[in-house]
Ligand binder design. Structure first.
Ligand SMILES: Cc1cc2nc3c(=O)[nH]c(=O)nc-3n(C[C@H](O)[C@H](O)[C@H](O)COP(=O)(O)O)c2cc1C
Length: 207
């Protein structure tokens, strides 16, 4: 039985992964993409139109999700593509500790006006069934909420030491951190960011 909890995925939370797909010329493509866990063996992606990943998934109806904490893999696959010798024949990325294979079960137009980056109608929501989960070594899928909590705590300790301009910058950063943590964070991250918000309000800041 497939259970995404084995790689630390909780239902309703979003994780940062690298998705590999097959290009139309048969070569392999990799891109960092968020994965929302929708159950033990189900996931949801929201992918903006114009990416190779979306085009490939819509054509092939399957893809591979790589679980890694390697900053270099995230960076190369964002700025360009991973060279072909980074991939195994089964589309996983060489050396990743875990990966899983997905088959698409549904595609719908996404309308989410709260997103700061893109306007409505520019993304597709993809629902998929996980059909195989390979765990080579113990690893938890990456959730970026914890980094925001740490960053916010670091800023919090600096609030009394900086001038008004810097303080406004910290507040704006905190607002963004709060938004993201509520959206993607685990229960404990959400609890923590709410405590930080309370502390900032106690200090007299308007949030
Ligand atoms: C950590 C991270 C997460 C991302 N998540 C998504 C996502 O969920 N959906 C999306 O459309 N793009 C996402 N992106 C942006 C894509 O990775 C980026 O557009 C990439 O260039 C697409 O490459 P491709 O054309 O090879 O598919 C993310 C980028 C990063 C760095």
């Amino acid at each position: 039985m497939i259970n995404l909890a084995l790689i630390g995925m909780e239902k309703g939370r979003q994780y940062e992964t690298i998705i590999t797909t097959k290009n139309s010329d048969g070569s392999k493509n990799a891109a960092p993409i968020g994965v929302i866990c929708a159950g033990n063996d189900k996931i949801i992606n929201r992918i903006f139109k114009g990416s190779h990943t979306l085009e490939n998934i819509m054509r092939e109806k399957d893809f591979t999700v790589n679980i890694t904490h390697d900053p270099e893999l995230f960076t190369i696959s964002t700025l360009e593509n991973l060279p072909q010798d980074y991939f195994n024949d089964d589309y996983s990325i060489k050396g990743v500790k875990a990966y899983f294979k997905c088959e698409v079960t549904g595609l719908t137009e996404a309308v989410k006006q709260s997103d700061p980056i893109k306007k409505k109608d520019e993304a597709i929501v993809i629902k998929s069934q996980v059909v195989d989960l390979i765990i080579n070594e113990d690893i938890k899928a990456l959730n970026r909420a914890f980094s925001y909590v740490i960053e916010s705590l670091d800023n919090l300790t600096g609030f009394d030491l900086v001038d008004d301009v810097k303080r406004q910058e910290y507040l704006n950063r905190f607002r963004e951190a709060y938004r993201v943590v509520l959206k993607v964070g685990r229960k404990e991250d959400i609890l923590a960011i709410r405590e930080i918000k309370k502390e900032l309000i106690n200090k007299g800041f308007d949030l």
